[in-house]
Design a protein around this ligand. Structure first.
Ligand code: ADP
Ligand code: MG
Length: 317
């Protein structure tokens, strides 16, 4: 199959579901209509085999996750998803692999009304680079530098599952009952619905890709403040707590990445609104602590002692 046949067969065939795409795949560039009064929010993320996912990960899951992690960045900015480009480097032409990859890729693409408008296809070690764009109303993006002392800190879903799933996946632990954790690792649910519901209450957010402590640390550093959070308020899944029993690995929960939950801060006056959003969307949203005027993130145990943590999130370099 020629490169053009491949592009037509797998990428051009995806749903063309947006009116603001004037010209999609097939020319030198795409032409996109930007709505007046909106700001364009853009982000790119790359997944490399063996680094971001184990080599033997299913093609479907790779396709799914490569869009999910980018959607999660848009959620962290409070942006409405719109356009995608995809740069794919493949070791060989493999139709079964590509068909599954595109299936996984299109799951969230369709759900969030996005359109693939271009990309690049090359040969080499497997790597997937996705670029997304979305919109926010003027000045309404959630920013890491916008937290204020006294703000409440919230997280969606549950924390630490993907990290536990990865341990299982890499055979660092043996357990037969970690299906949900492994699933969270392979098919994270980006929190775009929560993000869009928060646009009138929230100004500061980040998505948890490197671990709760590290990512909340980014908010604190850029907002020039600190945070007090409480271990017993951090939402844990039943699967994780039953795996650990009464000895939860606090270090793992606080520092393992890949959960793609949203961590955000809001002024105290919005507390009831957040509870309402959680009920309405049927997604757990938990208050885990408060922004302080300090300069570090402290996590307290049930005796109000600071928990010492000896690693702070994943870093490539
Ligand atoms: P050029 O050589 O001008 O960059 P290409 O041959 O790379 O063009 O691509 C032809 C068209 O197919 C372009 O519109 C490009 O955006 C699109 N395209 C190529 N690869 C992909 C891909 N993996 N996903 C989506 N669109 C792609
Ligand atoms: Mg090209």
């Amino acid at each position: 199959m020629s490169e053009f046949d491949l592009i037509n067969r797998y990428f051009k065939a995806l749903p063309q579901q947006r009116d603001d795409v004037v010209l999609g795949i097939g020319d030198d560039c795409a032409i996109l209509q930007v709505t007046e009064g909106k700001q364009l929010v853009v982000s790119t993320d790359t997944l490399v085999a063996g680094v971001h996912f184990p080599e033997n990960t299913l093609a479907y899951d790779i396709g799914y996750k490569s869009l999910a992690v980018n959607l999660s960045d848009l959620a962290a900015m409070g942006a409405e998803p719109a356009w995608v480009t995809l740069c794919l480097t493949l070791p060989e032409e493999n139709n079964d692999w590509l068909a599954q990859f595109v299936k996984g890729f299109s799951e969230l693409l369709i759900k969030y009304n996005m359109q693939l408008v271009g990309g690049d296809t090359t040969r080499g070690p497997l790597s997937i680079s996705v670029h997304v764009s979305g919109f926010v109303d003027q000045g309404k993006a959630f920013r890491r530098d916008a937290a204020n002392p006294g703000d409440l800190i919230y997280v969606t879903g549950s924390i630490g599952d993907a990290g536990l799933g990865l341990k299982k996946r890499l055979h660092y632990i043996t357990a037969d009952s970690l299906t949900l954790c492994v699933n969270k690792l392979n098919r994270p649910q980006p929190r775009n619905d929560v993000a869009l519901a928060l646009v009138d209450s929230c100004v500061c957010a980040i998505d948890i890709s490197d671990g709760l402590l590290a990512d909340l640390g980014h908010i604190c550093k850029q907002s020039e403040c600190g945070a007090d959070i409480f271990m017993d308020k951090i939402p844990l899944s039943n699967e994780l707590t039953s795996f650990y029993g009464d000895r939860v690995d606090v270090n793992q929960v606080l520092t393992s990445g890949d959960d793609y939950e949203l961590c955000f801060t809001v002024n105290e006056q919005y507390k009831s609104r957040i509870d309402e959003i959680s009920r309405k969307l049927d997604i757990p949203i938990s208050c885990i602590g408060k922004i302080t005027s300090g300069d570090r993130v402290n996590c307290f145990d049930t005796n109000n002692n600071i928990i010492e943590i000896n690693k702070t999130g994943f870093q490539h370099f």
